[in-house]
Structure formats: structure tokens, C-alpha cells
Ligand binder design. Structure first.
Ligand code: ZN
Length: 237
């Protein structure tokens, strides 16, 4: 059986998985140009079955309007899309905790939250293949502007127990199961540092300066880091 999957994009990953009866697309890219590429690749690979949005952030939804098949997301992700910047097309099918598709192979969609309210994963058990959405950023600082850290860490801990061989993150290169532990440890170290600073009575500016001295953070992400610091202190106080 054809067990192909293709990952398109460098800044943001969008993927297609080829099943016997057609194609499932996971996330639809950050910009139109990449979305058109993804769409061409998908329709060239078979009948379009479903598009799945792993979460509500716009950098994963640019091509939502291109596909003539139902879009699926977690119910929370759809609510968040409606409340925020609406994508070109909204999901037509939603699930609360978990949804399974029984096609020529099983497909599992599970909602976790943590990275953002609607964050979910897509899992192909027979391939031992996991699409994490933005619960995993490989080799770079994760976006934490809406993070609920305890939920995020619990999600990664659970996913580390799943039978997985290949991991496709929301951002960064695909790899093995180690991507899950790497992301968990990164978050744990980040949280420990912030709490350490907080115990010493440092100001938020001092904490921000420390983060900026340790990581390459683009200017546009400074306020995201400040929000993450506030969220950590609130969650762990
Ligand atoms: Zn993203």
C-alpha cells in the first residue's frame, strides 16, 4: 500500500497524506503561494478526502478556501477562528475530545489545547506517524502567546506514550519521537528559568532581558515572550 506523506513549507509545515482512497491534508499553509503548491500536489495525488486544521492560528489556514472537501478541526479551534481572524473557509466538521476516521486505515484526531485553546494532533497509528500541529516546534522557540503550560506539558507527556515513530511538527524539520521530549524539556527549562528569576524577585523586564540574552527572539515576538512570562508566573504561583 502507498504510505506516502509529503511535508510542504519551511516556516510552517503543511502536509498531505496519501491513503488508498484519496488524500488528507493537514494544515493549509502560511501564505497563498505555498497553499497553491500544496493544493496542486494534493489534487495530483488522488481524490481529496478531508482537510484537517490542527489549530486556529492563521499561519496554518491560508489555503483553507482552496479545497473542495470538508474541513475538520476541534470544536474549540472553530470557535476561536470565528472569534478571531476568520480563515478563508471554516471547518464543517468538529470534534470535542477525539474523532476517529475509519478509512483504508484508521486516523485519530485528538484535542489537547496547551499551545492554544484549540490545539489538536492527527495520528496515523498504522504508520506510527504523528502530526503535532504547534504542540511541537522543532529546533526553535515555540510561540507561547496563548500557552497554558501545564496543559501543554501534559499533552506532550501523553503523546510520548503513544506508539509513534515519525513526528511532523507545526514548525521545523520532521523527525522521530525525540521531538516530543525535546519540546517538553525546552518548555520545562524555560519555565524553571522564569520561576528562578521570579524567586529572586527580578522584574519582568529583567526576566525578558535574560530570555533575550539566551535565545534569538525576533522583535515581533518580544511581547509574546512577555505574555509567556506572565502566564508562567500566574500558573505556577
Ligand atoms: Zn504556527
Amino acid at each position: 500500500m502507498d504510505k506516502r506523506h509529503i511535508v510542504i513549507g519551511d516556516r510552517v509545515n503543511s502536509s498531505l497524506v496519501v491513503l488508498r482512497e484519496g488524500v488528507i491534508v493537514v494544515d493549509t499553509s502560511v501564505d497563498e503561494e505555498t497553499a497553491f503548491k500544496l493544493h496542486a500536489e494534493a489534487i495530483g495525488s488522488g481524490k481529496m478526502l478531508y482537510v484537517i486544521n490542527t489549530h486556529e492560528h492563521g499561519d496554518h489556514l491560508a489555503g483553507n478556501g482552496l479545497f473542495e472537501c470538508p474541513i475538520i478541526s476541534s470544536a474549540v479551534a472553530r470557535e476561536q477562528m470565528l472569534a478571531g481572524n476568520k480563515p478563508p473557509a471554516l471547518p464543517k466538521l468538529v470534534f470535542s475530545d477525539r474523532m476517529e476516521l475509519f478509512l483504508s486505515e484508521q486516523v485519530v484526531l485528538q484535542h489537547f489545547g496547551g499551545h492554544c485553546p484549540g490545539a489538536a494532533v492527527v495520528y496515523f497509528p498504522e504508520r506510527r506517524l504523528l502530526f503535532t500541529g504547534d504542540l511541537v516546534f522543532a529546533g526553535r522557540m515555540p510561540y507561547m502567546g496563548q500557552a497554558v503550560f501545564k496543559t501543554w506539558l501534559a499533552a506532550l507527556e501523553e503523546l510520548e506514550r503513544w506508539d509513534v515513530e515519525q513526528v511532523v511538527p507545526g514548525h521545523g524539520d520532521q523527525g522521530g519521537i525525540e521531538l516530543l521530549a525535546n519540546q517538553r524539556r525546552w518548555l520545562e527549562v524555560f519555565i524553571e528559568r522564569i520561576l528562578g528569576c521570579s524567586m529572586k524577585g527580578q522584574s519582568r523586564q529583567e526576566m525578558l532581558d535574560q530570555v533575550l540574552s539566551l535565545h534569538e527572539v525576533p522583535e515581533r515576538w518580544h511581547s509574546m515572550v512577555e505574555q509567556a512570562i506572565d502566564r508562567i508566573i500566574k500558573e505556577y504561583k
